[in-house]
Design a protein around this ligand. Structure first.
Ligand SMILES: CC(=O)N[C@H]1[C@@H](OP(=O)(O)OP(=O)(O)OC[C@H]2O[C@@H](n3ccc(=O)[nH]c3=O)[C@H](O)[C@@H]2O)O[C@H](CO)[C@@H](O)[C@@H]1O
Ligand SMILES: C=C(OP(=O)(O)O)C(=O)O
Length: 424
C-alpha cells in the first residue's frame, strides 16, 4: 500500500489541468449497454473506479478498450453474454448499480447485486428500484441480488416522482426510459451537470429527452439507440478540490477547463470566505482576494447547492480561517470522518450530528493521518499543503478512485508532495 507525503512549503503558482468527471463517466459507461452499436467516450479520467466499471461491463460481455493512455474509452455492447452483475465487483463500487436500468431496458431482465452501504452512509437503492417499478419492471430481492424483469414487450413509460433527489436513481431511470414504450416523466429529478452530460450522450445516441438539468425530465421512448462519440464533462469536484489549494497554501492557480457554471454555489461560498475567482477561456483562476480567509457557514445540498463531495475539502480550508464556521452535511449521514484526522493535525473541529463546528487556528501541524473515503483523503492532502512539517496520508487507494495524477498535478504548481511505498 502507498502513502502520500506532503510538506507545507508556501504559495502555489501555475496551472492544473482538470480531467473528465468520474461521476459522469461512471454513468456514461453503462449507457453503452443500451445499444448494439459502439459508444466512444473522450476526455475520460484515468481512475481505478473507471477500471472497475470496465471490468463490470466486460463481465457482461461488453468490449471496452482504453485508448490514448486511457483518455478514450471505446466500448461496444453488440454481443452481451450475461445479465448478472456479481457481488464481487459491485461491492467494490456502488456506481455498479447503474447497469441495472440499461440491462433491463435492453435485455428485459437483469440480476444485479445490491451494493450495500459504505463509509459515508447506508446509501440504500430503494429509489432506483421504485423508479424501475414505475416503468413496469417486476423486482424481487433474493440472495442479496435484485432480480428484475420487464413486462413482455419491454419497459413502458411511466411517471416517476422521486420523494427526494437522488443522482443515481435519476440516472438509472433516465437510461431505462430511453428504450421504454411511450413517455416517461421524471419528477424531482437530480439536476447535476453529470445528469445533463448523460442526457447529452443519450440524445447523441438517438434518445428523445427534454428538461435534463431541471427538476422535470421527459423522455419519449425509442425502439433502439445507435452509436455515438461523446466528450465527458469536466470534473467539477476535482476542479473545486484544486481551487481550494491556493486558498489554503497561498499563491494563484489556474484550473484548466474549469467553468464557473459547474460550481456556482461553491464559487460564491469561497468568495464569501475571501477568494478571488476569475473565469477566462482557459478556465478558472483562484487566489486569496485580500488578506486572510474568513469563516463561512456551509450547507450541502443537491445541485445547484453546495456539493457534498466538496464538504471535506472545504473543512480543510476553514480549519485555518479567521473565526468559527458551521458545516451542515445534509446528503449523507456519516460524512465527517475527516474531522478526527484534521483534529490530529491541530484543527479545532466539533462534530455534533449532521453539523461540524470549525474554529480556525493559525496553522495546522503535519501528522500521519488516513481517511476512509475519497474526499476525506484529499482533504487531508489539502490541509497538509500549508501545515507545518510533514503530513503522511495513508490508504491512498481511496484517492486513486477519484484523482488522477494527484502528485504530478500538485507538484506542477510547486507543492512538496510525493508518493511512497509503505514498509511491510
Ligand atoms: C457515482 C456518483 O455519481 N456518485 C455521486 C452520487 O452518488 P449517489 O447517486 O449514490 O447519491 P444519491 O444522490 O443517490 O444520494 C443522495 C441521498 O439519497 C439517499 N438515497 C439514494 C438512493 C436511494 O435509492 N435511496 C436513498 O435513500 C442516499 O443514501 C443519500 O443520502 O451523488 C452523490 C450526491 O451528490 C455524490 O456524493 C456521489 O459522489
Ligand atoms: C461519494 C463519491 O463517490 P461514490 O458515489 O462512487 O461513492 C464521491 O465521488 O465523492
Amino acid at each position: 500500500m502507498d502513502s502520500i507525503i506532503v510538506t507545507g512549503n508556501g504559495p502555489l503558482c501555475g496551472t492544473i489541468p482538470i480531467a473528465g468527471a468520474k461521476n459522469a463517466c461512471l454513468t456514461l459507461m453503462p449507457a453503452t449497454l443500451l445499444s448494439e452499436e459502439p459508444l466512444t467516450l473522450t476526455n475520460a479520467p484515468r481512475l481505478s473506479d473507471i477500471r472497475t466499471m470496465t471490468t463490470l461491463l466486460q463481465s457482461l460481455g461488453a468490449e471496452v478498450s482504453a485508448l490514448s493512455d486511457g483518455l478514450v474509452l471505446a466500448m461496444s455492447s453488440h454481443d452481451l453474454n450475461g445479465d448478472r452483475a456479481d457481488y464481487d465487483i459491485v461491492r467494490k463500487m456502488r456506481a455498479s448499480i447503474l447497469v441495472l436500468g440499461p440491462l433491463l431496458a435492453r435485455l428485459g431482465h437483469a440480476v444485479v447485486s445490491l451494493p450495500g452501504g459504505c463509509a459515508i452512509g447506508a446509501r440504500p437503492v430503494d429509489l432506483h428500484l421504485r423508479a424501475l417499478e414505475a416503468l413496469g419492471a417486476e423486482l424481487e430481492l433474493r440472495d442479496g441480488y435484485v432480480h428484475a424483469t420487464a413486462p413482455s414487450g419491454g419497459l413502458r413509460g411511466g411517471i416517476v416522482e422521486f420523494p427526494f433527489v437522488s443522482v443515481g436513481a435519476t440516472e438509472n431511470a433516465l437510461m431505462a426510459a430511453t428504450l421504454a414504450r411511450g413517455t416517461t416523466v421524471l419528477k424531482n429529478a437530480a439536476q447535476e451537470p453529470e445528469i445533463v452530460d448523460l442526457a447529452r450522450c443519450l440524445s447523441a445516441m438517438g434518445a428523445q429527452i427534454g428538461g435534463a438539468g431541471t427538476a422535470t425530465i421527459e423522455v419519449q421512448g425509442v425502439d433502439r439507440l445507435h452509436g455515438a462519440t461523446h466528450r465527458v464533462v469536466t470534473d467539477r469536484i476535482e476542479l473545486g478540490t484544486y481551487m481550494l489549494a491556493p486558498l489554503i497554501a497561498g499563491g494563484e492557480v489556474t484550473l484548466q477547463g474549469g467553468r464557473r457554471d459547474l460550481l456556482e454555489a461553491f464559487c460564491a461560498k469561497i468568495e464569501e470566505a475571501g477568494a478571488s475567482v476569475s473565469e477566462s477561456d482557459e478556465g478558472l483562476t483562484v487566489r486569496r482576494a485580500n488578506g486572510p480567509i474568513r469563516a463561512v457557514d456551509v450547507e450541502t445540498e443537491p445541485f445547484p447547492g453546495f456539493p457534498t463531495d466538496l464538504q471535506a475539502q472545504m473543512m480543510a480550508l476553514l480549519c485555518t480561517a479567521e473565526g468559527t464556521s458551521v458545516l451542515e452535511e445534509k446528503i449523507f449521514e456519516n460524512r465527517f470522518m475527516h474531522a478526527p484526522e484534521l483534529i490530529r493535525m491541530g484543527a479545532k473541529v466539533d462534530v455534533h450530528g449532521g453539523h461540524a463546528t470549525v474554529t480556525g487556528v493559525e496553522r495546522l501541524k503535519g501528522a500521519p493521518v488516513m481517511a476512509t473515503d475519497l474526499r476525506a483523503s484529499v482533504s487531508l492532502i489539502l490541509a497538509g499543503l500549508a501545515a507545518e512539517g510533514e503530513t503522511r496520508v495513508g490508504r491512498v487507494y481511496h484517492l486513486d478512485r477519484g484523482y488522477e495524477h494527484v502528485v504530478a498535478k500538485l507538484r506542477g504548481v510547486g507543492a512538496d508532495i510525493e508518493r511512497v511505498k509503505d514498509d511491510g
